[in-house]
Write a new protein. Structure first.
Length: 40
């Protein structure tokens, strides 16, 4: 599964409010994934 899918699942469950550092790491992961996809 992609990071974006995992990130959306986190938002749906509301875990981002309970685990701020984790959601922040996921957000960075999503950004990195988007950037690398555009470069390729």
């Amino acid at each position: 599964m992609s990071s974006i899918y995992k990130y959306k699942q986190k938002l749906k469950t509301g875990a981002c409010f309970n685990e701020v550092p984790l959601s922040f790491d996921l957000a960075i992961e999503v950004l990195v994934e988007l950037v690398t996809k555009h470069e390729v």
